[in-house]
Ligand binder design. Structure first.
Ligand SMILES: [Zn+2]
Ligand SMILES: [Zn+2]
Length: 160
């Protein structure tokens, strides 16, 4: 079953997400099992976001693996409630609510720290220029950026 659905709002994380309404291609296999329906497959979508180091826009694709067992709601009659924790997804009126599954899978598949490129050098601490565009960038009498952080650790008033 291949189906394209519009992305729900806030799919992903703040810095990297699927734009609301953009197409999400679901390639799903539904398998009837004893307890319900086993859903496996993938979700594919386009990502938008910003590099966490230099704030450059990121265009990327995501392929998230989906796997979830949706149990029949009436299984409660046969099992004690302890068998079904809050994480258990249920079939309600024989409908699959795929949105929570999609949300979890997308967040899991995202990198924690999206970068425009591997080893993005980030922004110049002096002027904010994007160092990837200008690797030889320097300022007169600039503080070596590796020392700038240490300098901030020194007390301002250490002379009595
Ligand atoms: Zn970057
Ligand atoms: Zn600079």
């Amino acid at each position: 079953m291949v189906r394209t659905v519009p992305a729900p709002s806030e799919l992903g994380i703040e810095v990297l997400r699927v734009a609301e309404g953009s197409p999400v291609e679901l390639d799903l296999r539904l398998e009837a099992v004893m307890e319900g329906v086993l859903v496996t497959g993938t979700a594919q979508a386009k990502l938008v976001g910003e590099c966490v180091r230099c704030l450059e826009p990121i265009d990327d694709d995501i392929v998230a693996d989906l796997q979830e067992l949706y149990v029949y709601d009436d299984i409660r009659h046969d099992h004690s409630d302890e068998d079904l924790d809050d994480e258990t997804r249920k079939l309600e009126d024989d409908l699959l609510d795929l949105e929570p599954l999609l949300r979890d899978a997308v967040v899991l598949a995202l990198p924690f720290q999206p970068l425009c490129q591997e080893d993005c050098p980030g922004l110049c601490i002096e002027c904010g220029a994007r160092l990837a565009d200008d690797p030889d960038h320097s300022h007169d009498a600039a503080i070596d950026p590796r020392w700038a952080g240490l300098q901030a650790l020194q007390p301002d008033h250490d002379q009595d």
